[in-house]
Design a protein around this ligand. Structure first.
Ligand SMILES: [Cu+2]
Length: 490
């Protein structure tokens, strides 16, 4: 089961890890082109325009992701955060968080749940599912809410559709669909314990443990129990006090080796843009689509191949969009991750072909058969790491991820005074302690090629990094690593 590569706080994964380094995207006139938001950073809904709200993605209505505005249904999503803040202790009480669902309590252990006013203890004509498994009981054409529960901390979200779910969900869903989606077992690793008590709910406790079982297989098991007091009954005995215990498990097998990456691109500019991730495999007219000003697009891919990858705007002429800074680096680590080093850096080399002040780059200059850039830079700014040297430790192991974003000029990345004993470039590798004891002095990268290199500063001092095409060093393609205090004599 694929999962998103941006879930919070999980231990370092054993499969490929992906880092999206939004290094560049330093557009000039098109400045706001790249508004990237990782999935875990849910944007405050109040900041969205009505159009952006209409473009929110929902999946329960048509069993596939689609724009909110294109769904013929009233959809509401109860999020995990809402459930956590609400303090509810049962699944059925959590439904109160969605407007338009009537949750009435009949007695201490019975509820009437309904949509569109048809509330009854059987919740008639509402299809209820937990992780796609229907918990609607054909025997009495309803849902027995008393026994539908799970550890609320494991609920990812509850999608509620009010109104007919259509034939897609079957004839039961005349009044609505309630789809309870729990978190993947990979996101619930380790132990979790909770306990509480009160006047009504005399005591409750829950425990969960999640672990792994071989390559790509994760699981969790939980147990939950509570004892509730009876309601107030003036004339009868306490017939509705209630105690219950339940246990369950979930296991996931992840078939693919790479993370699933989802990138939301909102075009805040005044012309169309698009995005092209070289780390992905997708048809150009499927995901590298033109995004109109104000529009949003979610680009989804599985990072199946390790490497240092480029992404960029592909809107024609791509040369002009890339030359304006609409590009960046995606690092996909190999299975098992990269070995730990003392310091890591990431540099994107690119060119500037300046236009008039406050205007985009000069397209004619950039499009020349013999391009003569005004600046060749690391991470967008000429000489920035010469003016502010990068501090390293002599004797420590340094890893540099390097990408040549171009748009047109090659890079020959070299660090003066060092020898790369590790070079992994476009899937080919030089590794330490190789037979013959070979090393490397410079990495040649054509536009859109990436690599990482590892090396060690032998002593304190200054170690310039350059593209060894020296005509461009004077145009900004130089930086300095400073080992120790920068003085070999100390
Ligand atoms: Cu663009």
């Amino acid at each position: 089961m694929p999962h998103e590569g941006t879930a919070e706080g999980r231990p370092r994964r054993r499969t490929a890890a992906t880092r999206v380094a939004a290094l560049a995207c330093v557009g000039l006139a098109w400045g706001q082109a790249g508004a990237f938001a990782a999935d875990q950073k849910l944007r405050d809904l109040t900041e969205l325009t009505p159009e952006q709200l209409a473009n929110i993605e929902v999946t329960s209505v048509a069993k596939k992701p689609e724009k909110r505005s294109r769904t013929p249904a009233a959809v509401y999503v109860i999020t995990r955060d809402q459930i956590r803040r609400s303090g509810v202790t049962t699944l059925v009480d959590a439904l109160r968080l969605a407007p338009g669902i009537h949750v009435a309590r009949i007695d201490s252990n019975k509820w009437a749940v309904g949509i569109r006013g048809f509330a009854s203890s059987l919740t008639r004509s509402v299809l209820v599912m937990i992780d796609g498994r229907t918990v609607y009981t054909p025997l009495f054409a309803g849902t027995y809410w008393e026994v539908q529960d799970t550890l609320l901390e494991d609920v990812e979200r509850i999608e509620v559709i009010r109104g007919p779910g259509g034939s897609l969900w079957g004839a039961n869903a005349v009044n609505g669909v309630i789809n309870i989606i729990t978190r993947g077992s990979r996101d619930t690793q380790g132990a979790f314990v909770k306990a509480g008590g009160g006047t009504m709910e005399h005591g409750m406790a829950g425990i969960r443990y999640g672990g792994t079982a071989g390559e790509g297989v994760t699981y969790r098991a939980y147990a939950k129990g509570f004892e509730r007091g009876a309601g107030f009954h003036a004339t009868t005995s306490d017939f509705d006090d209630w105690r219950m215990a339940r246990a369950g498990f979930r296991t996931d097998w992840e078939r693919t080796s790479g993370d699933t990456v989802r990138v939301h691109l909102t075009n805040g500019g005044t012309m169309t843009h698009s995005i092209d991730f070289h780390a992905s495999q997708t048809a150009m007219n499927h995901q590298m689509v033109e995004i109109e000003p104000g529009g949003t697009f979610t680009y989804t891919f599985t990072a199946d191949y390790a490497g240092v990858w480029m992404y960029h705007c592909g809107t024609a002429p791509a040369l002009h969009h890339i030359a304006n800074g609409m590009f960046g680096m995606v690092i996909v680590e190999p299975k098992g991750g990269l070995p730990k080093v003392d310091q890591e850096f990431a540099f994107v080399q690119s060119e500037w072909y300046l236009g008039k002040q406050k205007e985009p780059v000069d397209y004619a200059k950039a499009a020349s058969g013999a391009p003569a850039p005004d600046f060749v830079v690391f991470n967008g700014i000429a000489n920035q790491y010469k003016d502010n040297p990068l501090q390293v430790t002599s004797g420590g192991r340094v890893r540099v991820f390097i990408l040549d974003a171009g748009p047109s000029i090659d890079s020959s990345f070299h660090v003066v005074g060092t020898i790369f004993n590790t070079v992994v470039k476009e899937g080919m590798q030089l590794l330490p302690n190789n037979p013959g004891g070979y090393g490397s002095q410079a990495v040649d990268l054509s536009p859109a090629q990436g690599a990482f290199v590892e090396f060690t500063m032998p002593e304190d001092g200054l170690y310039p990094m350059v593209t060894h095409a020296f005509n461009f060093v004077g145009k900004g393609a130089i930086g300095i690593f400073m080992a120790g205090d920068g003085d070999p004599k100390n």
